[in-house]
Ligand binder design. Structure first.
Ligand SMILES: [Zn+2]
Length: 193
């Protein structure tokens, strides 16, 4: 996991942080979920997630479901975008035409004060502008990062051109998986008298 140069543009950064409230830190390789804590602590929500406050309708249950579906979409597991479309159909969003450099452009805005609508509006606008597909998750640690590369080919959270850090994430995951398989093999062996 690496946090440099991974920030997404505009409101999409809140979505990236939101997806990463569930993560597998390299140091521990143990799944960690900060969302229950953030929902209870408005100050931490503001510091770690977004200046857009949580509304009463943003329940932990709904947020967990949204995070899971957004993560699926980033991981390419949302077939035909069914989960995203389901959210778009049940969350209050409105569409407006705005003038951008003299040209009319569609902009999706949240129609209520919920953070869920705020994030889904950001996802809708990112889909429209082609940036949603640049929000990706690392093939190893599953950390969500924004792909700033010119050709959009980044696969690992920490991969930088010629850098070793990105590889480290992959290497750690592979070593851990190898050890886990070796340990499983060992414990699966029947006792011989
Ligand atoms: Zn990673």
């Amino acid at each position: 996991m690496q946090t440099q140069n991974q920030a997404a543009p505009g409101d999409l950064e809140c979505v990236r942080r939101f997806i990463n409230t569930w993560c597998i830190p390299n140091q521990t390789r143990t799944e960690t979920d900060d969302l229950p804590l953030l929902v209870r602590d408005a100050a931490r929500w503001r510091e770690e997630l977004s200046l857009h406050p949580r509304a009463d309708s943003d329940t932990l249950e709904k947020l967990l479901a949204l995070r899971s579906d957004l993560r699926k979409s980033c991981e390419g597991l949302d077939d035909n975008h069914a989960q995203l479309n389901a959210w778009f159909s049940r969350v209050a969003l409105s569409v407006q035409v705005k003038s951008v450099q003299g040209a009319p452009q569609l902009a999706v805005t949240p129609a209520d004060a919920s953070c869920i609508a705020y994030m889904l509006a950001a996802v809708a606008n990112a889909t429209s502008s082609g940036t949603w597909s640049r929000l990706k998750t690392c093939g190893d640690c599953r950390w969500a990062f924004y792909d700033h590369t010119r050709n959009g080919s980044k696969r690992w959270c920490g991969m930088t051109k010629g850098g070793a850090e990105g590889r480290a994430c992959g290497t750690i995951a592979k070593v851990s998986a190898f050890r886990a398989r070796a340990a499983a093999k060992k414990s699966a062996k029947p006792d011989v008298d």
